[in-house]
Design a protein around this ligand. Structure first.
Ligand SMILES: Nc1nc2c(ncn2[C@@H]2O[C@H](COP(=O)(O)OP(=O)(O)OP(=O)(O)O)[C@@H](O)[C@H]2O)c(=O)[nH]1
Length: 363
């Protein structure tokens, strides 16, 4: 039987291919928040999620499962923790995709949340693999940008510091790892969501938008948002077929045999039991983040005497916390915080700094 094809304003997509949206963006930009919003507004569309995290503990999957949305039951959420999806394409990503596509009732749309450190291009390239190519397509790469972090100059190289470092080592790379990722994720995007605009003064948003636009391919749309609240119709159905258009998406690893690593960053888990003084924990976290330039902390905390599970999220110096659900009677009430920073992060000092406030682990 001939394949049916659907015409759209932006292109033709064989109906038999499952559209897939890649959500990329640096640590804490708001990817999980956007996906939760998407699930809550899916209007009955059957979605599957592949969630990839850099740290050893799958926090994002837990938060998304907590949504309890009909459009994405727990079975349709696959977590790929402990590494970046771009490095484990053959071992993790392809088998996961095949399993989803082989289901008797495959999803209508697949959403992939990459880790904040992942390079999107190698992932898009995986859609050229023969087994995937005929059955799925990259509907679009959406890059989430933390407007507040860009405004603060988080992704810009400090030119004075660079000049000094170069004088000492002429072979030095010209960019910071954060700047490189910023360019990598924006350079692969079909659409940009400029998130966290609530944290940036009105006049600053235009400046941030200009910085972002200078890194995107021509014609890529930038949408402003707060808390990832973007219309699902704008986000899904871009019909970019990004896997057919790889050459226009520049990457630092082009021509390098695509071998890459994430050695510029490291993470560890700080674990404990029940926390008796939450204020002391939050205060200590704030101090350690500043002292050690920690990029991201996220996880769950068991607070003594509280039936609820406390979620703690820190992006740079901004710390948020809220109770997402009650601990189940079968669950061990323990505290686990994933800490991510640049290479050289003093994990021993941070662990020691947290030891007294984290509570003793039952293990
Ligand atoms: N003020 C503000 N906070 C936001 C916004 N979007 C997300 N956040 C907060 O930023 C923190 C990180 O959001 P996440 O959605 O977990 O970010 P992420 O990109 O999934 O993080 P990683 O997976 O660790 O890279 C959370 O505390 C969110 O509540 C926003 O538009 N404004």
């Amino acid at each position: 039987m001939p394949r049916r094809a659907k015409s759209t304003a932006r292109g033709r997509l064989p109906l038999s291919k499952v559209p897939t949206t890649v959500i990329t963006g640096f640590l804490g930009a708001g990817k999980t928040t956007l996906i939760r919003h998407l699930l809550q507004n899916a209007h009955g569309r059957r979605l599957a999620l592949i969630i990839n995290e850099f740290g050893d503990v799958g926090v994002d999957g837990e938060l998304v499962k907590g949504c309890n949305e009909d459009s994405c039951p727990e079975d349709d959420i696959v977590e790929l923790a402990n590494g970046c999806i771009c490095c484990t394409v053959a071992d993790d990503f392809l088998p996961t995709m095949m399993k989803l596509l082989d289901r008797p009732n495959p999803p209508e749309h697949i959403i992939i949340e990459t880790s904040g450190l992942a390079l999107p291009k190698p992932l898009v390239k995986a859609f050229q693999w023969p087994d995937i190519r005929t059955r799925a397509t990259v509907d679009g790469v959406v890059a989430l940008i933390d407007a507040d972090a860009v405004a603060a100059g988080r992704f810009a190289t400090d030119e004075a510091a660079l000049a000094a470092a170069r004088a000492a080592d002429p072979m030095l790379d010209h960019e910071s790892p954060l700047e490189e990722l910023f360019e990598e994720q924006l350079g692969c995007a079909d659409m940009v969501v400029l998130n966290k605009t609530d944290l940036v003064e009105a006049g600053e948003v235009e400046r941030v938008e200009r910085i972002v636009a200078s890194e995107t391919r021509p014609g890529v749309k930038i949408i402003r948002a707060n808390h990832g609240a973007v219309d699902i119709a704008a986000l899904l159905g871009i019909v970019a077929a990004a896997e057919d258009d790889l050459d226009s998406r520049k990457s630092h690893i082009d021509g390098l045999d695509e071998d890459h690593d994430h050695d510029d960053f490291e993470s560890f888990v700080a674990a404990g039991g029940e926390v008796t003084d939450l204020d002391a924990l939050l205060e200590r976290l704030g101090a350690l983040i500043t002292q050690h330039d920690v990029l991201r902390i996220k996880g769950m905390v068991a607070v003594a005497g509280k039936p609820g599970r406390l979620v703690v999220q820190a992006v740079g110096p901004r710390i948020q916390h809220f109770y997402d659900r009650a601990w189940a009677p079968s669950e061990e009430r323990r505290t686990q915080l994933v800490v991510i920073g640049q290479k050289g992060l003093d994990r021993q000092a941070i662990k020691s700094g947290l030891a007294l406030v984290l509570g003793a682990s039952a293990a």
